[in-house]
Ligand binder design. Structure first.
Ligand code: ZN
Length: 453
């Protein structure tokens, strides 16, 4: 067990099981990622946060050299104040809040990209794409990792652990190195191209190979965290979700807190969907927004667990949050079915190549709250989406192309309307050098620009 710092803070934040029938509560210093009945946990704030802070947040955009105002995460610190500090006291901020010199989330905001709008067929004034790839480790993960590592430090953890084959390990390794704590990265032995872990190696993380698949690696990392003083930073960690709330905060702030009609995410482990849902639930309850945007989750055709279950493609039942009572047996039967048939998630967009989304329960809650929808796109559609983003001067990974391709598909189906306001999240930067090279070398691709002889 991790020895907690003996901090007795009289605050208003605590952990609560998401299942309304269970609802077990834990103090904020707890490192549990589940209640004792196996349900995931939320960070809950007892006090409503006043929308008057909108003006404070706006003023902080002129950071005046304060890294916590510069940070796109900590600029909104009152909305994720699980440390329960005086957020205007710079010494307290410096003591508690982890930050890479204010770089996390700093460059993230929504941009209009006219070539993407033209490709999609939507009014260019209504389409906003928000690149999260300009975070310091190159993906949206830094938003949530900075808060998870803040909590890790709060409880006195000396080592963080995760199972990851890409962006999570890069982000965890970077913040761990910067804070002088250890980082263990669990991977399935022999299944991961070493290049995918190059950032984790660069940041000095310890790679641990586990016999089996990714699920086995995750299980081993959770067990080792429990037994050997590690602190889990996979997205089952509720503090990851807190930091990722700032992705929609930045989009909404940029739109003067007027909700768009849609927020679109690629669907992987569903941490983003979960955090967006929680952010919107809180903002709506606290009177910051009047309208609830609809979330659309875009799965890859080759890794379509959520789409299959949500859209009733498995056993003809549409899986729903169902007021906190989702049919978890249906999910288990679906996973058994994948195992029995030997079905492995398969897409070149490795960031969303996930068969068992760790945050499916919170994701379902987010979809219910926002009247959300789920669909799929093919690898070639994602590559076109990724490529047209590039033609606007922005870099993104293949999985981010799912947002563009998903908006286009939902437009063509008449679900998203031409004059809707849509925010699509571009989750990460290109880390696989050969994907754009291969795309542009094949003249059959829509946006290909092959080399000349
Ligand atoms: Zn519970």
């Amino acid at each position: 067990m991790i020895k907690y710092l003996q901090l007795q803070m009289q605050g208003d934040a605590y952990l609560k099981c998401v299942n309304p029938k269970c609802g077990l509560e834990y103090p904020i210093m707890s490192t549990n990622v589940q209640c004792e009945n196996g349900h995931v946990l939320d960070v809950i704030y007892k006090n409503k946060i006043s929308p008057d802070l909108k003006e404070v947040f706006y003023q902080r955009r002129d950071s005046k050299g304060n890294i916590f105002n510069e940070s796109g995460v900590w600029r909104f610190r009152e909305l994720l104040n699980f440390c329960q500090i005086d957020t205007e006291d710079n010494d307290e901020c410096s003591k508690y809040l982890v930050s890479l010199d204010g770089a996390e989330g700093r460059q993230s905001k929504p941009y209009q990209m006219s070539k993407a709008a033209e490709f999609i067929g939507i009014n260019k004034e209504g389409l906003w794409l928000q690149p999260e790839g300009y975070n310091p480790s190159g993906s949206f993960k830094d938003n949530g990792m900075v808060t998870a590592v803040t909590h890790a430090k709060m409880v006195g953890a000396k080592k963080i652990v995760c199972a990851s084959t890409g962006n999570t390990s890069a982000s965890a390794g970077m913040f761990a190195a910067n804070e002088g704590i250890k980082c263990d990265v669990y991977i399935p032995a022999g299944q991961i191209a070493p290049g995918k872990l190059s950032q984790a190696y660069q940041f000095g993380a310890q790679i641990i190979q586990v016999e089996g698949n990714f699920d086995d690696a995750l299980k081993q990392s959770l067990d080792d965290a429990k037994n050997y003083d590690g602190y889990t930073v996979n997205s089952v960690n509720p503090f990851r979700i807190e930091g990722q709330k700032t992705i929609p905060f930045r989009a909404l702030e940029y739109l003067n807190w007027e909700s768009p009609d849609w927020i679109i995410y690629p669907g992987g482990a569903l941490g983003n969907t979960s955090s967006c849902g929680k952010a919107l639930m809180e903002l709506y309850e606290w009177g910051w927004i009047k309208k609830i945007p609809r979330i659309a989750v875009i799965n890859s055709e080759g890794a379509s667990t959520l789409s299959d279950l949500y859209n009733g493609k498995f056993e003809d039942e549409e899986l729903r949050w169902n007021k906190g009572n989702p049919n978890t047996e249906l999910i288990s039967r679906y996973y058994d079915h994948l195992d029995k048939e030997g079905l492995r998630p398969k897409t070149k967009a490795t960031a969303i190549q996930i068969g068992r989304p760790a945050n499916i329960i919170k994701g379902l809650r987010a979809l219910e709250f926002t009247n959300g929808i789920v669909t799929t796109v093919s690898d070639s559609e994602m590559l076109d989406g990724m490529s047209v983003v590039g033609l606007n001067g922005f870099d993104c990974e293949m999985a981010s192309g799912a947002s563009v391709a998903g908006i286009k598909k939902l437009m063509e189906e008449g679900i998203i309307k031409k004059d809707d306001v849509v925010v699509g999240i571009l989750t990460g930067r290109q880390k696989d050098a050969m994907i754009p090279v291969d795309y542009h070398s094949n003249s059959k691709n829509i946006f290909a620009n092959p080399p000349k002889k």
